[in-house]
Design a protein around this ligand. Sequence first.
Ligand SMILES: C[S@@+](CC[C@H](N)C(=O)[O-])C[C@H]1O[C@@H](n2cnc3c(N)ncnc32)[C@H](O)[C@@H]1O
Length: 299
Amino acid sequence: MEKYSEPKAKPFLKWAGGKSQLLSEIEKRFPYGKNDCFSYVEPFVGSGAVLFWILNNYPNVQKVIINDVNVDLIGVYKAILHNVEDLILILEKWQAEFYELEKDEPEKKIYYYKKRELFNSRKVNETESAALVIFLNRTCFNGLYRVNQSNQFNVPMGSYKKPLICDQKNLRIVSEKLKKVHHLNTDFEEMLKYVKDEAFFYFDPPYKPLSKTSSFNSYSKAEFNDNEQIRLKNFCDVVHKNNHKWLLSNSDPKGADEHNDFFDNLYKDYTIDRVMASRSINSKAERRGKLNELLIRNY
Ligand SMILES: C[S@@+](CC[C@H](N)C(=O)[O-])C[C@H]1O[C@@H](n2cnc3c(N)ncnc32)[C@H](O)[C@@H]1O
């Protein structure tokens, strides 16, 4: 008899630094078996590639806590959890309207920029705001999320002909899976107070840019500079002292400069592996393709 398998949830947004490519390397280093009970904490969740991998493959995961400083992003998680049917209705409507304009490029552009303006007005309710994030993510150039210093989404329209704007099936599965998940919208350092039992932390902070021109870590208006990377390492020390396990990924600056030992020095007390990863969103300077990724862990 064929075994019933639960439907799998996928990330509902394309996000710079999405970790789908790295899952097999993370799996090799994952400290738990498929039937183990453990708590999972992801302080920089982004589009949640690792979160959904955990929810799909580890049915006994106990407590799950996700966080991201980006209020619009966490708003989408909340809307999918609480209002998935309303969200689907809005997205279906916008998808039909967008497809209608398929052959009329100027009108399509007007439609896109109106939606962008509406989003940037920040005057809509949570469900509509979430729908706007998904719509813009599916239709904008390269499908990325980027805001300027005034928190205005500033990506131009992309050239996709008929992008899937409303993936109803996946949104419903995600909504179901999120029932297990506590979400926070704060700085990563605030998370420890929410974690009582021994837990596994996966950290995927904004990358350290590999070159001066490549700055893809504008997911939010605050910059994640070297001082932030150091603040995160200090937090990892605290998490370690609290007897939790953690795994952290970052770009390897040695890819651009073989003498750059920033992370080797910073994390010298922990295990550092270099693995190959193809990035989904790269600047021209880095080129699309294979680059080293760092996987650092305390166990
Ligand atoms: C590399 S992305 C995470 C990618 C994610 N793992 C994925 O699969 O898509 C980094 C995330 O960190 C968030 N972030 C930046 N600074 C933060 C902070 N101080 N505290 C919490 N989250 C932060 C950004 O909003 C962004 O979503």
